[in-house]
Design a protein around this ligand. Structure first.
Ligand code: CA
Ligand code: CA
Length: 552
């Protein structure tokens, strides 16, 4: 017998004389009779009534709260306590006392009359302690692995923080580069605008501009004349068709004949006599006249003037000026051979050569032998490209930073890698189990899948959504981590979208033990992981050490 059992014995012996049957240790102190005159009395626990001490456990309900019958089933809705010496005490409903059935909760058989049920508390207690010991042993082993996960998370934290700092430095550098380039682009643009102004002073450009102005003026005058001719034609047409020939006014008749000749019209008096066919020949004549108008020596026709003149006048002359510059000027060409040469030199010599070359070029420029290369549009567009490249890189680096911040924030978030970061190590770890014709797989914090072994398409069973989100489960509690929900999987035919619940327990390995489908398209994986093996509490540690001694 163990020392603590020996210690308990006298106490128990004492309790058995005083404490009535079926009373739990917490209430034992309240089941003490009071001497009143010659008899012993006792007050019901709710204080409503005082009864004779002999009425306690007399198999008749006296107290309204039923407290006088802890060891019988006489009062309704009361609880009976089995001491279960050698194991752990337990309550059963009083209605099951003396009903002739041995309760598994009462291994000492105290719910029935002596001799009815065997006291099996020694065996039950030993098996229980063995189970607890095994579980604690597993937890201790698992917790050791779990602590390496936590150490991993700490290392990850350091790594991400360092990377974050690096990214921040990179952003600062890139921001500087962007603002430098932006400044340069602005300056180059104003510089090229100035250079353009200089080029516009060229006599060729000046005379071109004068031509343009003259053309525009001519066009305007031409339009005016066209309108005037049209108006005059209308006046004369009216005169031709409206004059009275009976007046024999020679001035009017001459004007009409003159107009008819100029506009190639038949005499108004003949018009009525002529039929349609002569009208046709008239139009043929007109067509013939137009042909005669065909210009020679490259001059523009009326049609060309009408359609192409505007186009010509809308030409971007400044762009042409720059284009022209490239074609004829390229002042840098005088020294470009010096720049191109470096491509043919051995790498080792290049820096010295470049220094020498720059010196040489500046001398040549100083002596007026070559003109310094003015930076105009080509440089501006090259700079613009460099600027947008730099802005793009800055943008990417900023996004990278956001990504890292998110990663860091998730590291110790109960909703992600746990308050101690113990799940980070398992991020993306895939566990699988073959069941029937399928391999069921879950990649933690990512996706669960169903892969057919004999060919066919893989179905998504869902994507990581949450931990145990059942009502009443406290975020971060052990129970919270015991479940993971994967939802929004492939839709079932005529059913919901597939989903998976991981039912997780402590184990020394990350593994899927079993797969079930309790509801259509809702799967349940039983999974073990060291991440769930919490270290023993100091009290548990003590108990474990004692049980190990017992084992020896
Ligand atoms: Ca009673
Ligand atoms: Ca019973």
């Amino acid at each position: 017998m163990h020392p603590w059992l020996i210690l308990l014995l006298p106490l128990h012996a004492l309790a058995s004389t005083k404490k009535p049957h079926g009373v739990s240790p917490e209430l034992a102190a309240r089941y003490i009779p009071v001497q009143k005159g010659s008899s012993e009395v006792w007050e019901c626990l709710d204080g409503s009534k005082t009864i004779e001490w002999s009425a306690v456990n007399d198999d008749f309900c006296d107290c309204p709260d039923g407290s006088d019958e802890p060891g019988t089933g006489a009062c309704p809705n009361t609880r009976f306590y089995c001491v279960n010496e050698g194991h752990i005490g337990a309550f059963i409903p009083s209605s099951r006392v003396r009903d002739g059935l041995c309760e598994p909760e009462c291994c000492d058989g105290s719910d029935e009359a002596p001799g009815v049920c065997k006291n099996v508390c020694k065996e039950v207690g030993e098996a229980y302690r063995e189970r607890v010991r095994a579980e604690q042993k597993l937890r201790k082993t698992g917790a050791k692995i779990r602590s390496t996960y936590i150490a991993f998370a700490q290392k990850e934290k350091k790594r991400i923080e360092e990377e974050l700092a690096q990214t921040e430095r990179e952003i600062a550098t890139r921001e500087k580069e962007v603002s430098r380039l932006r400044d340069l682009v602005e300056r180059t643009e104003s510089l090229s605008a100035a250079a353009l102004e200089v080029r516009k002073q060229s006599p060729l450009y000046q005379i071109l501009m004068t031509h343009v102005t003259a053309l525009k003026s001519l066009k305007r005058e031409y339009q005016k004349h066209l309108e005037r001719e049209k108006a005059l034609g209308e006046i004369l047409d009216n005169l031709r068709t409206g004059y009275n020939p009976n007046y024999q006014d020679m001035a009017v008749l001459e004007a009409v004949r003159g107009w008819e000749h100029l506009a190639s019209l038949p005499h108004i008096n003949d018009v009525a006599k002529e039929d349609d066919s002569t009208a046709d020949t008239g139009s043929d004549e007109e067509a013939g006249e137009e042909e005669e108008d065909q210009p020679d020596d490259g001059l523009w026709s009326e049609l060309q003037l009408e359609h192409q003149l505007d186009e010509l006048l809308n030409t971007d002359y400044e762009a042409l000026l720059l284009e022209h510059d490239k074609l004829v000027g390229a002042p840098a060409s005088e020294t470009s051979i010096l720049y191109n040469l470096s491509a043919y030199l051995p790498d080792a010599v290049v820096p010295q050569y470049e220094a020498l070359r720059d010196q040489l070029v500046s001398w040549l420029e100083a002596l007026g032998l070559v003109k310094s290369a003015p930076t105009v549009s080509a440089d501006a567009s090259r700079l613009q490209k460099a600027l947008s490249d730099a802005e793009h890189s800055l943008d990417l680096t900023r996004k990278e930073k956001e990504q890292k911040e998110k990663e860091l924030q998730r590291l110790f978030d109960p909703e992600w890698y746990g308050a101690e970061g113990e799940w980070k190590k398992l991020d993306g770890t895939c566990l699988s189990k073959e069941v029937g014709d399928y391999i069921y797989e879950v990649c933690l914090f990512d996706e669960a899948r169903q892969k057919p072994i004999k060919g066919g398409s893989t179905f998504s069973l869902g994507h990581f959504e949450s931990r145990n989100n059942a009502p009443g489960v406290v975020k971060g509690s052990p129970e919270y981590y015991r479940k993971q929900r994967y939802t929004r999987g492939a839709k079932c035919w005529n059913g919901p979208q597939r989903s998976v619940t991981l039912d997780m327990t402590c184990g020394t390995e990350n593994a899927v033990l079993s797969v079930a489908e309790p509801e259509k398209c809702e799967y349940e994986f039983k999974v073990t992981s060291p991440a769930l093996c919490l270290p023993l509490s100091p009290a548990e540690e003590k108990g474990y050490a004692a049980s190990k001694k017992e084992e020896l």
